[in-house]
Design a protein around this ligand. Sequence first.
Ligand SMILES: Cc1ncc(COP(=O)(O)O)c(C=O)c1O
Length: 384
Amino acid sequence: MTFDKETRRKGTGSLKWDENPDIEYPLWVADMDFEVAPSIKEALEQRVQHGIFGYAIPTNSFYESVIRWHQRRHHVTYWREWMIVVPGVVPAISSILRALTIPGDGVLTLSPVYNCFFSSIRNLQCRAEESVLRLVGDTYMIDFDDLEHRSEKEDTKVLLLCSPHNPSGRIWTKEELQCIGDICLKNNVFVVSDEIHCELVMPGNEFMSYASLGDTYMQEACICTSASKSFNMAGLQNAQIICPNEEYRKRIDRAVNIHEVCDVNPFGIVATEAAYNKGEEWIEELCQYIWRNYKDAREYIEREIPQLKVIKLEGTYLMWVDIRTLAVSDEAFCEGLRQKESVWLAEGSHYGKGGEGFIRINLATQHENVMIALMKLKHYIESL
Ligand SMILES: Cc1ncc(COP(=O)(O)O)c(C=O)c1O
């Protein structure tokens, strides 16, 4: 299988591999150790051959590829006029908060959640209103009473929804999305659905976009999406905000301009188009590969390190593991693991309330790397 091919990333200016070049197994940041789909590489090579790399704008064929992909894969219809093209989902979220909040406002999250949500909230001088997910068995559930209570607060303006959810691995069902939507509509809370992980769906699960709730809900919401996470091209910096409501869209567009994140990278445009036009088979294979990594990792942990508890993976390539029986903080644990075993995992407490005592393992690497990292994890735990 192509994903087994060893890739060497050290010395390429990779955040994952070169931030701390002494680490042998960096399984932290959400970036994959796989070469992109051949169609993406070919499209980029062709673009390089052109040899001119001036300021770019999204092309007609780019917009068409995004629209067609979401229609075919996720059964949602987007229009070109609804789209704002930006260099990333994080700048998108930051701009949206700038457009829709004032300092001191509450921004809802379902915590633990993607850590950059908190930096955007902080940077805009807003308050994180964290509704903590409940762990039921090996699955996280939303506490809807708590979410409703927090939405009712006068100054709660926005919900940052992570869908699929990083780091819990949940894919929200249509019923859950409907409940979220009803609570937010009732309380005038604008929903920002970050769907960057939407192609990373494990067998037996189905991704539902927030947009599938329909126009009433989407008039008070927007989707942030990108091919970058699932096709492994985050460095090419291309993402889209999809906002059907014209008034909100104008405000967001203005904030995108004030933030100076309105320029696009010509390689990001070309690569996204190639991914969406020709990458479907590659994504299917990728999800199978990640699923195998997850199954084998889970089985290994349950057999060899039964003190840990692996959370169910429905989507993303990020395995969330409960280490609370070990009587050590996740931060101290990860620091020790880095120093003693040269394995770098993400500390759960970086993901807000409810993340303490958990670790996140990036499974998007060669199967062999995952298994060696787990053996090292076991060795480290034995030494505690
Ligand atoms: C939920 C989520 N949103 C956004 C991002 C980053 O998006 P971008 O690189 O487009 O800013 C990540 C990266 O891990 C993520 O997990």
